[in-house]
Design a protein around this ligand. Structure first.
Ligand SMILES: Cc1ncc(C[n+]2csc(CCOP(=O)(O)OP(=O)(O)O)c2C)c(N)n1
Ligand SMILES: [Mg+2]
Length: 396
């Protein structure tokens, strides 16, 4: 005789047989798209005026140019490391533009575009990459680990998924204080397999905490494809387990992402709880400058996704709409190139390192006696041999 726990779940719940059918969750969480292949869109789904649409397109162009340039700088040895978001711009700008400026952003590590949109000056961002005298992180972080408090942009989180509970905690605290902010947490597809994802989403759903969980499903966790990270058909369906709302959206479609984010924000602000937003996009380049994706993925796979490039799709839409013409697009690209060039010149003109005394700041309100002594010792060592103060010196 079979005992109850030996009966398969499907036999006990016949509906589960349906759930087991391939494609069930793909249908339950359909990919939401606004921008059609021919460059048209349903006017009712276009959320902004033309000038604002062009402005967001310009941000995507700038972000792309910035990423391409910084990869070159890393190859030239001018910065130590870079991690970009080539191919994922619509996901980043669609979500960042879909929330309010009073909302806090808890980034993963590819969302510098969101910080720039929030007012982080380009020069300040570049100074962080150089770790120079104007680096807001005072040279203590590796490149691409900026923070921008004035823009409510929390520090970049490299340990996977750790920013998720931070976002939940901040939004919960804000609600207890009567502050009506919503937190926007970014993470990748890989992060949905991490325990902090479970902890954060479970708690947020339970207490109806106003958070938008923006999952950038870019197909890869470094060299591990999405299919080998989880048995789930979609990532959006994971929302069901926590009792929260989930949606799957075309992450290369700026307007679809923006609309979905606005809906999620409205729900959060109305006390209806968090949303898990799966943005389906693609990482067109390596994971970072330390990675060579040719070692683990076929080039033709990437070609398919290049045809869905979010910048090309937005450009086609704006041209067809008459919000942009070829000449205006060329001018916009020239301006972006010049802006980048100017910012780079300005950033590289600052002294290459933060002042020595900053090494001892921010631990205590006032430096301790021991710290002051250590600073004096360090100054003496640098005075005796300048190579001590030059980390780039490979010397003997
Ligand atoms: C806790 C932890 N484990 C492992 C790593 C190493 N690691 C860095 S990025 C990464 C992959 C993350 O993939 P995903 O969440 O999809 O984000 P993506 O890089 O694709 O944006 C891993 C495993 C880490 N940073 N933190
Ligand atoms: Mg990923």
């Amino acid at each position: 005789m079979r005992r109850e726990h030996e009966v398969s779940p499907v036999a006990r719940h016949p509906r589960l047989a349906e759930v087991d059918q391939p494609g069930f969750f793909l249908r339950e969480f359909p990919l939401q798209t606004v921008l059609r292949d021919d460059g048209t869109a349903d006017p009712a789904e276009v959320p902004l005026a033309d000038a604002d649409l062009v402005m967001l397109y310009r941000w995507m162009v700038l972000n792309r140019a910035l990423d391409e340039r910084m990869i070159t700088l890393q190859r030239q040895g001018r910065i130590g490391f870079y991690i970009g978001s080539i191919g994922e711009e619509a996901t980043i700008f669609g979500t960042a533009a879909g929330v309010e400026t009073r909302d806090w952003i808890f980034p993963c590590y590819r969302e510098h575009g969101a910080a720039l949109l929030r007012g982080l000056p380009l020069v300040t961002y570049l100074c962080d990459l150089f770790g120079n005298a104007r680096d807001v992180m005072k040279g203590r972080q590796m490149p691409c680990h900026e923070a921008w408090r004035p823009g409510r942009f929390a520090s970049i989180s490299s340990p996977i998924a750790t920013q998720i509970p931070h976002a939940v905690g901040a939004a919960w605290a804000a609600r207890l204080k009567g502050d009506d902010m919503v937190a926007l947490a970014y993470f990748g597809d890989g992060a949905t397999s991490a325990h902090d994802f479970h902890t954060g989403l479970n708690f947020a759903a339970l207490r109806k905490i106003p958070v938008i969980f923006a999952c950038r499903n870019n197909g890869w966790a470094i060299s591990v494809p999405r299919e080998r990270q989880t048995a789930a058909e979609t990532l959006a369906q994971k929302a069901l387990a926590y009792g929260m709302h989930g949606e799957r959206v075309d992450g290369n479609d700026l307007l679809a992402v923006l609309n979905a984010t606005r809906r999620a924000r409205a729900r959060a602000a109305a006390g209806e709880g968090p949303t898990l937003l799966e943005c389906v996009t693609y990482r067109l380049e390596g994971h970072s400058t330390s990675d060579d994706p040719r070692a683990y993925r076929p080039a033709d796979l990437v070609e398919t996704w290049k045809r869905k490039d979010p910048l090309l799709r937005m450009r086609r839409f704006l041209l067809r709409r008459g919000a942009l013409d070829e000449a205006a697009d060329a001018k916009l690209r020239d301006e972006v190139r010049e802006e980048l060039q100017r910012a780079l010149r300005e950033a590289e003109a600052f002294p290459p390192k933060p002042p020595l005394e900053t090494l001892f700041e921010d631990v205590y309100a006032e430096p301790l006696r021991q710290q002051r002594e250590q600073l004096r010792e360090l100054e003496a060592a640098v005075a005796a041999d300048p190579r001590v103060g030059n980390p780039r010196h490979a010397g003997t």
